[in-house]
Design a protein around this ligand. Sequence first.
Ligand code: SAM
Length: 239
Amino acid sequence: PPLYIQRYMVVQEIIDHPIWNGSIKKIVEFGCAELNLFFYLKPNPQITNVTFVDIDSNILELNNGKVMPTNYDYLISGNRKHPLEVNLYAGSIADFDDRMLDMDAVICIELIEHLYSDVLDKVPLTVFGFIKPKVAVFTTPNVEYNVLFPDTTQKFRHPDHKFEWSRNEMKEWANSIITTYPDYTVEFDGIGLDPIGTKDLGCCSQVAIFYRKNMEASPANLTGFKPYKLLKRINYPYE
Ligand code: SAM
């Protein structure tokens, strides 16, 4: 499958992994754009809440059909033993919103490279200081791989990218996070096969997966703030 599909599949594999023993029930994706990840989360019958947050309310409005129940969802509703609620919010990862506090997983697929440094600097505090999920997944381009692209006139792969990191830069960022938030460990992976003979460049996309060491729920620090704007809430049929 194409690289962008492989990114969703990597996230799906992490969320569906048997190590969680059904404990990943609530998931938030920041920078969800066209809501394409939902297709890969929806089949997991343990999930009770999928929350999508993007700063661009337009893109959520345009794509909200992708999270609506289909006739098939009504037909198979007997397979679902738990409610499934889907929420679409317009909001920024730079802001705390108390409704994010009980999330088990935070997903950011190709988001961080779109953030200016003042917003990027707030990401660790929102995710690890405030939400404190059991697992957090970040994917971003691996700049070392760019020499394999034919067009060398462009600085970055996309005009909206504020940076693209080498594998070492991603590691420095992630390691500084676990130094500040020692409740977490981090593992790195690559997405997209390396072409033959270019193994030293790494994969096209890179991923950092943070795991909270203590799986007991930590007390939530309510802030009283709910700045995200709820655009849609959908409840799926279940038994
Ligand atoms: N995750 C998407 C996917 O898998 O298809 C791709 C992400 S897209 C390249 C980046 C998205 O991040 C855009 O939709 C943009 O509106 C959103 N974004 C930019 N700044 C943001 C912020 N501060 N908080 C939340 N979303 C943001």
